[in-house]
Design a protein around this ligand. Structure first.
Ligand SMILES: Nc1ncnc2c1ncn2[C@@H]1O[C@H](COP(=O)(O)OP(=O)(O)OP(=O)(O)O)[C@@H](O)[C@H]1O
Ligand SMILES: [Mg+2]
Length: 280
């Protein structure tokens, strides 16, 4: 695989103290959500929500439908401004940064949206090439090599490059979307319901693929899922969203043990030895 070892955060963004010869500063969290309120008209979706994701974590975000998970991811990647509070990505308030800094941060994360969201008018190749063309100045030969490499990473053969999204199965759409999210070799992968719509076998394969890639490429993951097997197979930490806040946060076992109406109902079906045992 192509990923070169990455320097720690503090080496890339020296603090004023470091520049002045002081002690290295601690790396900022990859995602830092502080006191976020989100209101749509009279509907309050998040109320004073805090959540931190550190480098190397695979955070699974759970919550009932409409609890504001996708909205929170949109705020994390700078597509939506919270009504109040602050969201920092790699230590930077992404929506308030200058255009160059935003562009730089934009290269450091990849997103797999809830419904796959490929460009339906573009073939597989151009879907995966899109972020490379948008955010990097590369010649077409380099783009071709990178696209084919990403396709191989997600186990798609080069013969798939010319297919249109409508010609793909649900599992293939997910793989293409994952290849596109990985195109810029992101430090953070944002996944919204990555296994939704896949049958259990395909879902398990997709989880294995993400886990293998995460070990090889060492990215951080923030993932929304309703799927208990995906959560059990992938998340190193779980945060549960309810009533606009994070009501439980910890390992899967810790979150399962939290006595809250949401966690009680959500995890009821996970209290089975077979599923719990499958967690890495
Ligand atoms: N742009 C918007 N304008 C108005 N309301 C919105 C907007 N985006 C989201 N909402 C509302 O915010 C709430 C949270 O939506 P969100 O999509 O974040 O939920 P979710 O937790 O991702 O749900 P699901 O599990 O079904 O995907 C919902 O009530 C939704 O209708
Ligand atoms: Mg959603």
């Amino acid at each position: 695989m192509s990923a070169a070892p990455r320097p720690p955060e503090a080496e890339r963004f020296p603090s004023p103290a470091e520049v002045a010869g002081g002690q290295p500063a601690a790396a900022p969290p990859v995602v830092d959500i502080r006191g976020v309120w989100t209101c749509f008209g009279g509907t309050v979706v998040h109320q004073d929500l805090d959540l931190v994701v550190r480098r190397g974590e695979l955070l699974g975000l759970v919550g009932s439908s409409g609890s504001g998970k996708t909205t929170l991811l949109r705020e994390v990647v700078g597509l939506l401004r919270p009504s109040r509070g602050e969201v920092r990505l790699f230590g930077l308030p992404i929506l308030d940064a200058d255009p160059d800094a935003r562009r730089e941060v934009r290269r450091r994360f990849g997103v797999l949206f809830q419904h796959g969201a490929l460009f339906s008018a573009l073939p597989v190749f151009d879907n995966i090439a899109f972020p490379l063309r948008e955010l990097k100045r590369l010649d077409e030969a380099m783009i071709r090599d990178l696209v084919l490499m990403k396709m191989a990473m997600v186990e798609l053969g080069p013969e798939m490059a010319g297919l249109m999204p409508a010609e793909l199965s649900g599992g293939m759409v997910k793989r293409v979307a994952l290849a596109r999210a990985l195109a810029l070799e992101p430090e953070l992968l944002v996944l919204d319901e990555p296994t939704a719509g896949l049958d259990p076998d395909r879902s398990e394969n997709f989880v294995k693929l993400i886990r293998t890639l995460q070990r090889e490429l060492d990215f951080t993951v923030i993932m929304v899922t309703h799927d208990l097997a995906t959560l059990a197979g992938l998340a190193s930490r779980v945060a549960a969203l309810s009533d606009g806040r994070v009501v439980a946060n910890g390992t899967l076992e810790e979150v399962m043990a939290v006595d809250h109406p949401f966690t009680r109902s959500f995890f009821a079906s996970l209290r089975q030895p077979a599923l719990c045992g499958s967690r890495r």
